[in-house]
Ligand binder design. Structure first.
Ligand code: SAM
Length: 415
């Protein structure tokens, strides 16, 4: 424990009212999070799979609901004991997400490195919130459009996040080959130029002729549609990193280099077969295609730049207005998809209008939310969660997860 205020053990919380299923374990705490976290420790030590913290950013602003103005050192003194109090609650395979803007980013990172361990910092996500347009465009100098999310594993060696992907904005030009006889055994595969094959299917002799006749963008659109529809037959070659693979794989590469025309198959128990030709690995486009909104879509692994989650248009999400503070449900959905599974416990000690709780609820996670602001708690968070339980919240991720209501929660107040 650092030289900061410790959680108070003298404040106890009790259920004051519950909504929906009286047996539901979810809890919305009204009060200071340091007290609430202290009271949670006996029951939740090591039990929480994911903590998401969206604290006041220390912007110097006076919001309608609260004042966001502390000296830099007071802000650190406010955050430190809260991070200290969160840490013991996190499961060994759990994750902590800390959202912030650039005002206190550096201080928060130093503090969180000290508390969670620098080696457990697994990512710094840059979150694009807006664009350099509108009234922001009058600023001199770079227009500030980002927040950041510091991601810490409780214990990096045990951290196994769910792998996430996101749609690619354009075709992956590395996939240039088409295997017309994919059902034959790999040794007999033929490799055609994808563009040439697509041109033929469109009645043109060559890709060049097709591009001239249709225009480049129309031809590209045909090629992409064809590739998606035949993704199991569209492939590329990729050179394996010889020095990074095991001895068995190296021998396999050597053999393939010695027989450059044939396709060799390496069978691996519990893993996909590896296909090599001339020492190069054969990768199939189908491995990069997922169903998105019912349509096959090219995807790529999620990176640490998140610029695809709109912050515009969320003003009415959850049926609550919390200007400049409320976060998009889709952001929390992504975080929970990455770091949790159904039934896991999620905690948000700065829950504000209840976004994290609402999303966790709709995704079948168990949740704890803590908020000390009267207006945020009683006029936003609790009514929002009631609507979620009753199936009356059709905003945010409700449609995407086919949310129809159910479950319940208790409101916990200090005694
Ligand atoms: C940035 S807002 C969170 C917004 C939230 N993510 C949402 O989507 O609505 C920060 C919230 O933390 C609350 N807060 C600040 N200090 C707190 C404390 N010590 N205990 C509990 N809540 C606190 C504020 O009242 C405010 O509502």
């Amino acid at each position: 424990m650092g030289p900061w205020a410790a959680p108070s053990n003298s404040v106890t919380f009790a259920r004051s009212v519950s909504y929906g299923d009286a047996n539901a374990e979810n809890m919305a705490f009204f009060g200071d999070n340091l007290d609430a976290l202290g009271s949670l420790r006996p029951r939740f030590e090591g039990a929480v799979r994911c903590a998401y913290l969206d604290p006041p950013y220390n912007t110097g602003r006076q919001f309608a609901e609260y004042t966001d103005r502390l000296s830099p050192s007071d802000w650190v003194s406010m955050m430190a004991p809260r991070l200290e109090a969160i840490r013991p609650l996190i499961a060994d395979d759990g994750t902590v997400f800390l959202q912030i803007d650039d005002t206190e980013l550096a201080s928060l990172q130093l503090l969180a490195d000290a508390i969670f361990g620098r080696d457990n910092r697994v990512s710094t996500i840059t979150l694009v919130r807006s664009a350099g347009t509108g009234h922001k465009a009058i600023n001199r100098g770079p227009v500030n459009v980002t927040d950041f999310i510091l991601v810490y594993a409780k214990c990096k060696s045990q951290w196994r996040p769910n792998a996430l992907t996101c749609p690619r904005s354009r075709y992956d030009d590395a996939y240039t080959l088409f295997v017309p006889n994919r059902d034959a055994s790999p040794e007999q595969w033929r490799f055609l130029r994808l563009e040439a094959h697509v041109a033929t299917t469109l009645g043109h002799k060559t890709a060049r002729a097709a591009k001239l006749a249709l225009g480049i963008s129309a031809f590209e659109a045909h090629k992409q549609a064809f590739a998606l529809a035949h993704a199991g037959q569209v492939v590329r070659f990729a050179q394996p990193r010889y020095e990074a693979v095991g001895r068995e794989f190296q021998r396999f590469i050597d053999r393939s280099r010695g027989e450059p025309e044939g396709v060799l198959v390496l069978k691996r128990a519990g893993n996909k077969d590896v296909l090599l030709r001339g020492g190069d690995r054969i990768l199939t486009l189908a491995d990069k295609v997922e169903q998105h909104n019912g349509a096959p879509t090219l995807v790529e692994p999620l990176t640490n730049v998140w610029n695809d989650i709109p912050f515009q248009g969320i003003a009415r999400e959850g049926g609550v207005t919390f200007v400049r503070n409320k976060k998009p449900e889709r952001l929390i959905e992504r975080i929970l998809r990455m770091a949790t599974d159904e039934g896991d416990w999620v905690i948000d000690p700065f829950v504000g209008s209840g976004t994290t709780a609402a999303v966790a609820h709709k995704m079948g996670r168990r949740w704890i939310g803590i908020e000390r602001g009267d207006e945020q708690f009683f006029e936003m968070c609790v009514p929002r969660l009631q609507r979620v339980v009753e199936g009356r919240d059709l905003t945010g991720i409700s449609r995407a997860v086919k949310w129809g209501g159910g479950g319940g929660f208790s409101v916990m107040g200090s005694t």
